[in-house]
Structures are given as structure tokens and as C-alpha cells.
Design a protein around this ligand. Sequence first.
Ligand SMILES: *[C@@H]1O[C@H](CO)[C@@H](O)[C@H](O)[C@H]1NC(C)=O
Ligand SMILES: *[C@@H]1O[C@H](CO)[C@@H](O)[C@H](O)[C@H]1NC(C)=O
Ligand SMILES: *[C@@H]1O[C@H](CO)[C@@H](O)[C@H](O)[C@H]1NC(C)=O
Ligand SMILES: *[C@@H]1O[C@H](CO)[C@@H](O)[C@H](O)[C@H]1NC(C)=O
Ligand SMILES: *[C@@H]1O[C@H](CO)[C@@H](O)[C@H](O)[C@H]1NC(C)=O
Ligand SMILES: *[C@@H]1O[C@H](CO)[C@@H](O)[C@H](O)[C@H]1NC(C)=O
Ligand SMILES: *[C@@H]1O[C@H](CO)[C@@H](O)[C@H](O)[C@H]1NC(C)=O
Length: 576
Amino acid sequence: MLTHPLVHTVWLLLLLHVSGNAFKLFKGDPELKEGDVRLFGSTNASEGRVEVYHDGKWGTVCDDGWDMAEAQVVCRQLHFSGAKSIVTGNNYGQATGPIWLDDINCKGTENHLLTCSHKGWGITDCTHKEDVGVICESNNMTNSDATRSLDHSFSLSDDLKNIFESGHGCDFLILVKSATGNRQEDGTMEMTETTVCAHKIILSQFPLFNASEGISNITIHVSQSCLPYFTSFIRYIYTRKIDVTFSSVQCLHWMASKFGVKKLMEDAGTLFSKFLPEDTSFYSQLSLYKYAEETGDLVLQENCIQYLAWNYQNLTRSPAWTQLPVELFGALLARSDLVVPDEYFLLQSTESWITEKGHSISSELQADLLSHIRFPMIPAEKLFALESSSLYSTHKNMYRENIMRAFQFNVLLFTNLSSNPKFQKDDDDFQPRIYTAEPWSIAFSTMSTSSQYYPSYYSGRQVSPKYFHTPVHNSLIFRDSKIQWEAQVFRNRYDCSNRGIRCESLPMARLTPQNQLSQQKNVHFHNRLLLMCQGNYISQVQDFKANLANIAVNGTDYPCPDNLYTYHFVVRPVYF
Ligand SMILES: *[C@@H]1O[C@H](CO)[C@@H](O)[C@H](O)[C@H]1NC(C)=O
Ligand SMILES: *[C@@H]1O[C@H](CO)[C@@H](O)[C@H](O)[C@H]1NC(C)=O
Ligand SMILES: *[C@@H]1O[C@H](CO)[C@@H](O)[C@H](O)[C@H]1NC(C)=O
Ligand SMILES: *[C@@H]1O[C@H](CO)[C@@H](O)[C@H](O)[C@H]1NC(C)=O
Ligand SMILES: *[C@@H]1O[C@H](CO)[C@@H](O)[C@H](O)[C@H]1NC(C)=O
Ligand SMILES: *[C@@H]1O[C@H](CO)[C@@H](O)[C@H](O)[C@H]1NC(C)=O
Ligand SMILES: *[C@@H]1O[C@H](CO)[C@@H](O)[C@H](O)[C@H]1NC(C)=O
């Protein structure tokens, strides 16, 4: 057969090319070495069928003569800390390649499987059913690429504080301007100016600082009262640490919201309620309410108004009382959770507030405030006194109409009234607030009478129950139908089980009627438990569920140092 020499050359080239490839394939992964081991057939790197690399191929190992000594060597060779167990019986799938080793015998201290004795490569009477597997101790500490974290961040905050305070390398000027409130000769406002030099890279976390490329300074207007806290606010951006006081919290909240520093804003928000009981003048509570209103912070607004409602009586005695904004007063009078001795007290305080304000409150506004008074809830014997009240002549019709309605309410059963459109069951005027005067409430001091204030629920001493009487309803027709109540505080499991009560948490309060009256059938009780802190302010108001209230000692809405509470049990009858 004749062949063209060129064809030979092509064949030769082709052959060289193929054999080159074949050589590479044959050699396999260049990192693999004779005697290497691997664990195969598992998704977990620390276990699998034992395979050994020989003659360019992975092959298995027969389980004859295989024990923990051999397993240790395999695991050690793979850089695990040790062997956990041996696995036999094709747990990792059936292998198909050669069975390279059989009858292996190691001492257990070897670093490589091949240093142990064996029958010889491929000499075996085993089948793949006898392939051996191992589970190694998966201890990442021994892996060369294990992660160890070094956390020295506790000192970071101080280092950043030093960077801020030294002003080294600062590249962003904050010009803080504040009006002193004085006018200058030319009529313009007198201003004070301070500069703070900061680092763009730090401030750039909060885009509202505008600390971006090409901007080297900003000007900020801050009120005189917030000026002293500006530097600590910027320092906080560096260190994430700040001391907050009652005088600074509002400013910090304002600055945090202005620059979008969310975490500080949230934390300052929750601090507000902690500070609320601290100012007995009530000026701060009013200013905080105003601030919440301006910034549209509804949660804070509710927080303030709830505190004022629960502590209304003290508010009326405070210097801030006459400064109460009329809208806030109206909002307070609309609430059912006002804690007052009785409705008459509320009317009197409203009248005196209006009188004090004089003509600054229009007649319409006065009438609007008075319309929130729940005349039917005023104790009947006091209704007669209303004609002599200071505002009676100015709002004669309003008073007359309401007094008339209140009398009707007092002398007729509600079932007889409810056909009249003037008497709607859900009308707030027929719902009690939280009345603390006799006979509706009883106080329970759990403070020990001994040496010092000390909540006696820490001691094992049992508190005796207290008994008191209320009419079925405050309407006059029930005057002689009395219910006896038992008020009780349980401070430990023993007290509870003694009385056959399951106390989910401690302490627990219980308010139970001792007798059932037939007149009671149209009346429900929406009773409340008040937690008064150290006799000074109400820090929590709670419902009773099935006569029981889990006293929230830790989580009261307004904090109380040392949890020194007086408990006030309040009975609230409601028609249904
Ligand atoms: C792998 O197996 C080891 C040993 O049984 C076990 O400790 C480890 O948690 C497993 N790892 C994974 C990722 O499942
Ligand atoms: C151990 O290391 C491997 C890979 O390095 C990792 O995937 C695994 O999650 C680590 N296991 C443990 C328990 O840390
Ligand atoms: C940031 O820039 C915007 C838009 O130019 C401006 O409205 C805003 O007042 C600036 N903020 C400060 C803190 O200067
Ligand atoms: C503030 O920056 C502007 C340009 O953004 C520059 O013209 C002005 O001089 C700077 N003022 C100060 C006090 O550095
Ligand atoms: C509330 O009033 C009582 C009695 O006048 C007083 O002892 C107490 O300090 C007041 N508490 C607050 C928070 O104003
Ligand atoms: C209420 O009305 C019923 C009849 O509907 C009447 O028998 C009863 O005397 C009335 N009660 C009062 C207190 O008026
Ligand atoms: C209340 O707080 C104290 C101390 O802060 C804690 O030991 C206790 O477990 C808390 N109780 C509840 C019911 O959270």
C-alpha cells in the first residue's frame, strides 16, 4: 500500500498529540501520590469508604484484620485528630474499582497506611461487600485552615474616641450655630458658633451628614438647650457609647433623628419612659409630649399621655398643671384609664383649670372640655352640689342637661333606660374610669413594716387577705346591694397551692367576689390592679383575668427602683 509521505507526517503528529494527552490522563492529578488515602462516598469530609491511591487508580481496602488501629492511621494521615469508629457493609455505596489492600496490620502509631504490613497490592480474596469505611474525629482545630477569631474590639471604642478627640487627620468641619435668644443692635439674632472637626470616613456611615466627596463642611443649627450635647453626639458616632441624662435625652433623640442614627433614636425613645417618673414638677413630661407631637412620634406621645393619665392627681398638684395645653387636657379627659379618686374630683379639677385660665380659653373650648366629664359616674349625692359650681352660670344648659341625665341613670335600671336613644350602653359616659376613692378600691402594702422598705415577697411570710364591700354598681339603685370582695397577694408557690391556685408567675394578685347577688346579672366587673411605686407614682395598671393578675414586677411601663410597690385593687362595675 502506497502512502503519501505527508500522510505519515500527519499520523505522526496525531499520534504525538494523542499520546501527550494520554500521558497527562494517565498521570492524573499531579498532586496525587502513591499511597495517598481518601474517604469516599459521603457528603461529610470526616467519614467515608477508605480508598488508597496506587498505580494511578483509587482502590478500596478489605475489612479483614481491620480495627481501630488501622482506622487511627487513616484518620491521622488525613490530618484529623483521631478515629471515631469503623463502618462496614457498603454504607458509602458499592465501589467498582480494584480492591487494593487486604489483611492490613498497623500498630496504630503510624503516619501513613502504607507503612503498615499487608498482603500486597491487589492480593485479596474479598469482594467489594467487605470494603471498609471510617468515621474520623472532626476536629477543626487540627485543620490547618481552621478559623480562630481574635476579638480585641473592646478597646476599639476607646481608640476611636481618641481619634475623635485628638482631631488628627480630621477632614470634615461641622459648624454648629445656635441662637442665644438675644437680638443684636441691628435687629438680627445673636448667634453662638462652635466647630467640631470630624472624619468623613466615620460620618459617611450616616448619609444625612452629607460627608461625601467634595464637601468639606456643613452648618447645623441647634437650640441653646441642645448645644452642650452636640459634641457627645458626634463622639457617639465614633464610639457607640454615650451617657444619657434626663436633660440630654430629648436633644439626643432629636439629633439622632435628624441624622438618621436609628439605634440611638430607638434607645433614647425607650429611655424616655424610664425618665418620666423622675420629674415631679411635670414640666419635662409636658415638654416631652410636645416634642413627640412635633416629631410625629406616636409611640412616645402615647407613652407620655398614659403616664399623665395614670398620675393625673399628682399632675393637678404640680406647677405644670396650669400650663397643660388644652388639646392635651382634652385628650386626657377622653380616656377611661384616668386614675382619679372619683368623677367629681375630675370635674372639680377641670373647672378649676378652666377658671384659672380665664378668658384665654374660649367658651366653646370650655364646653368641649366639660363634655368629657362622665356626669352619670359622679356619685349621686354630689350631683346636688353642682349647681353651685363656678362655671354653672356660664354653661347652664349643659350642666342642667347632664345633671338630669345623671339622675335618671341613678334611679332607673339600665334595662329600663336603654329604650331611650339618650342611653346607649357603649356611651363612655356610662363607663367608669379608675376610681380610687372609697368604697371602690383597697390598697395593699407589701412593703414590710419592719426596719426598712423591703418587699416582703422576698420573705416567706404570708400576706393575709383583705376584705371590703362595694355596691353591685355605682348607680344609686344598687346602694344597698353589697358585694364582699377578697383581695389577696400571693408571693410564693406555697401561698398559691395552699389556696388551690395555679400561679403562673409570682407575685400574683387575686380579687374575688365572696357573694353572688341576683341584681348582678346585668353587671360585669372590669377590675384593675394598680402598681404604685414607693407611694409616689403609678408605674403599671393591669387587668384581672378570671379574678387573677400576674403582677408584672420587672416589666412595668414606668420603672420602679427596688420594685417597692403598693397594690391598689380597684372594682369597676359596667352594665352590659
Ligand atoms: C460529620 O461527621 C462528624 C462525625 O460524625 C460530625 O461530628 C460532624 O458534625 C459532621 N459534619 C457535618 C457537616 O455533617
Ligand atoms: C470544619 O471545617 C469545615 C471546612 O474547613 C467546615 O465546613 C465545617 O463547618 C467546620 N466544622 C465545624 C464544626 O466548625
Ligand atoms: C445635605 O444636603 C442636602 C441636599 O443638598 C441638604 O438639603 C441638607 O440640608 C444637607 N444636610 C446638612 C446636615 O447639611
Ligand atoms: C465650606 O465648604 C465650602 C465649599 O463646599 C467652601 O467654599 C468654604 O470655604 C468652606 N468653609 C469653611 C469654613 O471651611
Ligand atoms: C405625687 O404626690 C405625692 C403626694 O403629694 C408625692 O408624695 C409624690 O412625690 C408625687 N409623685 C410624683 C411623681 O410627682
Ligand atoms: C323597669 O321596667 C319594668 C318593666 O319593663 C318594670 O317592671 C320595673 O319596675 C322598672 N324598674 C324600674 C326601677 O323602674
Ligand atoms: C426580674 O428581674 C430579676 C433581676 O433583674 C430577675 O432575677 C428575675 O428573673 C426577673 N423576673 C422575671 C419574671 O422576669
